[in-house]
Design a protein around this ligand. Structure first.
Ligand code: 2AM
Length: 189
């Protein structure tokens, strides 16, 4: 199954961001697939396809990692893009939250490695909430500029989550992957 580890903003924080996104999105390019606020999450580690028999070990190790890391006070700030493919809102916090978030992401990656489900580790870790994905030929820079003043209230990430992502099979254009919370562990370090 296709799995990733994440922390998730609570409803209030997502609602606050959703209002700002809808305001900025109106009149934006049409070839963007906006993500569903119910699915907004900060990916810590993306494991991709994990064989069934490795999942229990991954859960055990993620549980231990959660036990060693404290809850995090985070907030949304600004926006950015990965090329012209992904539009995102940045996630930060007062020190030491950003460093702690990075350490939690490292721990989630290490849990995968040790459980035989290594995470995709090709990029520098940049905490974000994906807002939209482009299908090509869209210039995201103007949107990033429009969203530059994005800011939100502080929220607490209190648990580490393991989420299953099921890719759409129907072939219906615009259909999104389905996300399902498999397990979560309170951050108690
Ligand atoms: P994102 O964090 O930028 O939104 C499920 O696909 C989640 O894992 C998405 O949130 C996705 O991107 C993140 N992810 C990280 N690396 C990925 C990869 N190589 N392929 C697919 N998704 C990846």
């Amino acid at each position: 199954m296709r799995l990733f580890a994440a922390v998730t903003p609570p409803l209030g924080a997502r609602e606050e961001l959703r209002r700002q996104v809808s305001a900025a999105a109106s009149g934006g390019p049409e070839r963007l697939r906006w993500t569903d606020p119910d699915d907004w999450h900060v990916t810590l580690a993306f494991y991709g396809e994990v064989p069934e028999e490795r999942v229990a070990e991954l859960c055990t190790r993620l549980g231990r990692a959660a036990h060693r890391h404290p809850p995090l006070e985070l907030r949304v700030r600004g926006a950015g893009r990965f090329g012209d493919r992904v539009l995102w809102a940045g996630v930060t916090g007062d020190r030491p939250a950003p460093e702690r978030l990075r350490r939690l992401a490292d721990a989630a990656k290490a849990a995968g490695r040790r459980a035989g489900a290594p995470a995709d580790d090709g990029h520098r870790y940049h905490p974000h909430l994906t807002l939209a994905r482009a299908r090509g030929d869209v210039h995201l820079a103007p949107l990033v500029e429009r969203l530059a003043d994005f800011g939100g209230a502080t929220w607490a990430a209190t648990e580490l989550q393991l989420i299953r992502s099921t890719l759409p099979r129907s072939g219906v254009p615009g259909e999104r992957p389905r996300h399902e919370l498999l397990e979560s562990w309170p951050l108690t370090g």
